[in-house]
Design a protein around this ligand. Sequence first.
Ligand SMILES: Cc1ncc(COP(=O)(O)O)c(C=O)c1O
Length: 362
Amino acid sequence: MSRFMSSRYASMLPYVPGEQPRDRRYIKLNTNESPFPPSPAVLAALKDENALSLNLYSDPTADALVRAIAKRYTSAYGNGEKEITPDMVFAGNGSDEVLAFAFAAFGEKGVAFPEIGYGFYPVFAEFFSLPAVTLPMRADLGVDVSAFKGRRETIVIANPNAQTGVYIPVSEIKTLLSENKDRVVIVDEAYCDFGGESAVPLVWEFENLLVVRTMSKSRQLAGGRVGYAIGDPALISDIERLKFGFNPYNISRTDMAAGVAALSDEEYFSFTTGEVAKERERLKKSFSELGCEFPDSLANFLLVRHEGIGGEEMYLALKERGVLVRYLGGKLSGYVRITVGSARENDVLLAAVKDIIKERSL
Ligand SMILES: Cc1ncc(COP(=O)(O)O)c(C=O)c1O
């Protein structure tokens, strides 16, 4: 660290992204990306040089993207009377940026989140000097929403939960919102498109709900960096305010074109999310047959353990066999987190796990 670094950040523990090794080719199942390429509509949009005009700044209101998101969610959940209007949508540079703005905007009284969840939440809290409270999990690694009752901090929940994939029924989210009307509830739905029911329809009823979503997992744009939030216009305008105090051109022209095009191809979205969900269920069955345990995930990953092998040992043995998964350590040191890959990748993964178990005579 240089002697010029602000003391304010000197002790901050930064987020550690999943590794991206270049020493050989791996089957990469460690960062929950989609095994499918972006939609053909995205590839076509990115070839349209006129539309991109990179010599010019991007639109600071991200109007085309915001409208496309509003239209998509209106057609999914709206009715004649209710629609998601553009002023209910904020677009960000990945949902990480959206979450960062939301923490900064609404976290003054502190932030509370489950003990096991997305590793960036405590980092954002530290970055913005927000008091952070972590709440214990249930024994089955589910989130106990009643643990938030009577607290005063802003609530942040990933649903399905990061690391475990366990989904909280939307009826419980509704109860949480009704019981906590005086603080913001941020529901991070990064993994919701693989089987969970979204809380988006609750935004008309609860002015304290901010649903954060991403195109990184279910719309094949992790490298594009497109995230968004849907909520009451007042919450959205608060986040917008912060954006204009930090990075008005947060969505590049390429990201904007890619995001709009991805939303235009609902057929591809349904097909790819359906395939991932199918493969997830196949993996669950095969892992059970191999004597592995896992919380019941509705996301595009499984948190897997085998009684006879520690998480780190499994991670290293899989890496040696060319399959990269995530070892999270800490309370999850018995587990590895495995992204659902393509059918072929999953076959290689299962063969490798079988081989590792056999090698140890387990
Ligand atoms: C729960 C959760 N939220 C948000 C993100 C951030 O996604 P992105 O910034 O790519 O939109 C991730 C990434 O893995 C995540 O797991």
